[in-house]
Write a protein that binds this ligand. Structure first.
Ligand code: ADP
Ligand code: MG
Length: 471
């Protein structure tokens, strides 16, 4: 008994000792409440810049109008095709929406690979590949002659001038196909369909995944007026008052704004809280200097931040006996799913070592204590700054409506949010602390980019018919 206690004592001491040594390197990643409040306030200023007529052209948080004017009302009906491009997988979906008493949504989908040489080849190759996949899917479903309405979930920043026109501002995440930036991607898709000469489609809407997520949740829960993605990338949308969106004519009602919040900080406004590790991740990325906020809080980058810290700590002799292995030098080796595993509460240090072993990192017990601490620090910071962004959004909605208190629902999608053991809890806690006048419910979205795109397409078709009747 006494031996066990001694042993436990020894381990706690050892742990504290180890952590003290590295604390000075992690210190700048631990944010005080004051810093987080400051981040929230900066966020709010950037939102205003994106919405303002004179400031929008140079704004970093673009606040893009989506031409989605209302959430679904349950009367949506029909068969729709949806594309989901911009996440880990490219998918083609058939979505059957039925209205009335037995409201239902039935989905069929197929995942297709986009080879890296297509992702980073020419735009024509990329869109030909997409149309080739659609063709295969229509054959598979036996629906080639139907001329279905289509919703195109395209999760990149686009300047929209209508529901079915979107000019790509810039590629993000892993994409880099040429001749697409500055072009209307709906036209690029229509052109590729024409080139193929095999089938016709009615492209009704271009959809951001955040908007699809919001709409999917709103179909079940009408108080859902915000969408959040915490997956490969990080982004959000919400229903803004038309009168505040100075980049679109009209003052009546609301429109959903795709914030493109991942670019927050690209004007340098976060540089005082970014670390050398964030800078290293940025320098190693495909889009240097861009998406600085996203690079601090989304799945594509958290593992890379951890790897940069581990390299530095190894150089300083605190880890892996001071030896930087080839493994540790390899970009992308430390995937964000390993953070989830390592940070799991149920995991003993021995198991942490086993995970590192799998990665080809030969660790001691001390090493595993440090690695776990590094992962925890990086993911906590991510959840907190993501929470600061969301707090700015919900508090703005509350002010828009002149309320002392706002009840609102946020639809959320993304594997980081869904699978990380602590991210969602810390995120929600930050929102609560930073926006105390808002009662926020978080609803997990099931396949927002597929179902949501179909719902937006259905609402768009209805709108179109209404307008045709009026003329
Ligand atoms: P996308 O955002 O690409 O549409 P997801 O929401 O599924 O798709 O997010 C995928 C991203 O989630 C991956 O790029 C990876 O960074 C991250 N991820 C994958 N597995 C896990 C996990 N177990 N825990 C945390 N993050 C994960
Ligand atoms: Mg997705």
């Amino acid at each position: 008994m006494i031996a066990a206690q001694l042993l436990a004592y020894y381990f706690t001491e050892l742990k504290d000792d180890q952590l003290k040594k590295i604390d000075k390197y992690l210190y700048s990643m631990r944010f005080s409440d004051e810093t987080l409040r400051d981040v929230m306030n900066r966020f709010r200023r950037e939102m205003e810049n994106g919405l303002g007529r004179d400031t929008s052209t140079t704004a970093t948080v673009k606040m893009l109008p989506t031409f989605v004017r209302s959430i679904p009302d349950g009367s949506e009906n029909g068969d729709f095709l949806a594309l989901d491009l911009g996440g880990t997988n490219f998918r083609v979906l058939l979505v059957k929406i039925r209205s009335g008493k037995r409201r239902s949504v039935e989905m069929h989908n197929k995942i297709y690979a986009i080879p890296i040489e297509v992702m980073q080849g020419t735009g024509e190759e990329l869109f030909d590949h997409i149309v080739h996949c659609i063709s295969d899917f229509l054959d598979y479903m036996g629906m080639k002659s139907a001329r279905l309405p289509l919703g195109f979930t395209f999760s990149f920043p686009c300047h929209q001038t209508s529901l079915d026109a979107g000019i790509l501002v810039t590629w993000t995440k892993g994409f880099k196909a040429t001749d697409c930036e500055g072009e209307d991607v709906v036209e690029l898709l229509r052109d590729a369909i024409k080139r193929k000469e095999e089938f016709e489609l009615d492209v009704v809407a271009i959809v951001n995944d955040t908007v699809g997520t919001m709409m999917t949740c709103a179909y079940e829960e009408p108080t859902c007026e915000v969408g959040l993605i915490a997956g490969t990338g990080s982004n959000a949308c919400y229903m803004e008052e038309m009168k505040n969106i100075e980049t679109v004519d009209g003052n009546e009602g609301r429109m959903c704004v795709n914030m493109e919040w991942g670019a927050f900080g690209d004007n340098g406004c976060l540089d005082d809280i970014r670390t050398q590790y964030d800078q290293a991740v940025d320098e190693n990325s495909l889009n240097e200097g861009k998406q600085r906020y996203e690079k601090m809080c989304s799945g594509m980058y958290l593992g890379e931040i951890v790897r940069q810290i581990l390299i530095d700590l190894t150089k300083r002799g605190f880890l892996f006996r001071g030896q930087i292995s080839e493994t540790l030098k390899t970009t992308g080796i430390f995937e964000t799913k390993f953070l989830s595993q390592i940070e799991s509460d149920r995991l003993a240090l021995l198991q942490v070592r086993a995970i590192l072993q799998q990665l080809g990192l030969d660790s001691t017990c001390d090493d595993s204590i440090i690695v776990k601490e590094v992962c925890g620090t990086v993911s906590r910071r991510a959840a907190q700054i993501c929470g600061a962004g969301m707090a700015a959004v919900v508090d703005k909605i509350r002010e828009n409506r002149g309320l002392d208190h706002l009840d609102i629902t946020v639809g959320v999608d993304g594997t980081l949010y869904k699978l990380h053991p602590h991210f969602s809890r810390i995120f929600q806690q930050s929102v609560k602390e930073l926006a105390p006048k808002c009662d926020v419910t978080f609803l997990l979205s099931e396949d927002g980019s597929g179902k949501g795109a179909a719902l937006i397409t259905a609402v768009g078709c209805r709108q179109r018919e209404l307008e045709a009747q009026q003329h």
